[in-house]
Design a protein around this ligand. Structure first.
Ligand code: SF4
Length: 227
């Protein structure tokens, strides 16, 4: 597949930072949060509440970002720059792939970077790289939200698939067609996130002590129970 580095977008938005929630932007009058937060929401909603606290990156996070940066550098050496819209159009007749593809959907209040996207004449495959090979509900939701944002930006009529890949390998260990049912579910989850950010819904802490034990916020969290 031809490699395209997406560097431009025809459409741009006026962005305001949220006055009190770091990382949330206001785009077209609506709170807009990073899609990666859905990963945390599925793990423990209270982590989102704790986000304002600066904590050191875990070794797993540092390792993950090193691999990510290496792949990104290698990709940029071989890829041809293009705009998002031209890539979408060109892919209707010839398959191409890109990395770190930015997507934003003001309508739903979400934005983020797709690790890798394959645009083919008959389908779009949206891939997120993860450590390990377990498809967690939270990571599946993250990919579903990328699919939703991509569809919202393009009005895509080709089949869209979301996939999880074992980081640093070519192993797609989970793949799913983005059906109307899946879309309905992820829209519901995103609405809940919007409710948390607006303060109309409470942040629910996990009841799983194993999750708390490996949580980077445990030192500061009132819900963490020491043994
Ligand atoms: S310590 Fe437990 S309850 Fe608190 S943020 Fe972490 S995972 Fe959630």
């Amino acid at each position: 597949m031809e490699q395209k580095n997406i560097t431009e977008y025809e459409k741009s938005y006026a962005i305001k930072e949220h006055p009190s929630i770091k990382g949330v932007q206001i785009i077209e009058g609506k709170n807009n949060f990073p899609i990666s937060w859905l990963n945390q929401q599925g793990y423990c909603e209270y982590q989102i509440y704790m986000k304002g606290i600066e904590t050191a990156a875990t070794p797993e996070m540092t390792h993950g970002s090193d691999i990510h940066n290496q792949l990104e550098e290698a990709f940029k050496k071989d890829a041809t720059p293009t705009s998002f819209e031209d890539a979408v159009e060109a892919s209707k007749s010839e398959a191409l792939m890109s990395r770190e593809c930015f997507v934003v959907a003001p309508e739903f209040g979400i934005r983020g970077f797709i690790d890798e996207i394959w645009m083919k004449p008959d389908e779009i495959v949206i891939i997120d790289d993860k450590p390990g090979r377990t498809p967690y509900f939270s990571t599946m939701n993250q990919v579903r939200a990328y699919c939703l944002a991509y569809k919202s930006m393009t009005g895509e009529t080709r089949k869209i698939k979301g996939a999880l890949r074992e980081r640093g390998t070519s192993n797609l260990f989970w793949i799913e067609v983005f059906t109307p049912e899946v879309e309905k579910e992820i829209r519901f989850t995103i609405e809940r996130m919007q409710g948390l950010l607006e303060g109309s819904k409470p942040f629910i802490p996990t009841k799983n002590p194993n999750k708390c034990r490996s949580c980077r916020y445990k030192r500061y969290c009132e819900h963490f129970k020491r043994d």
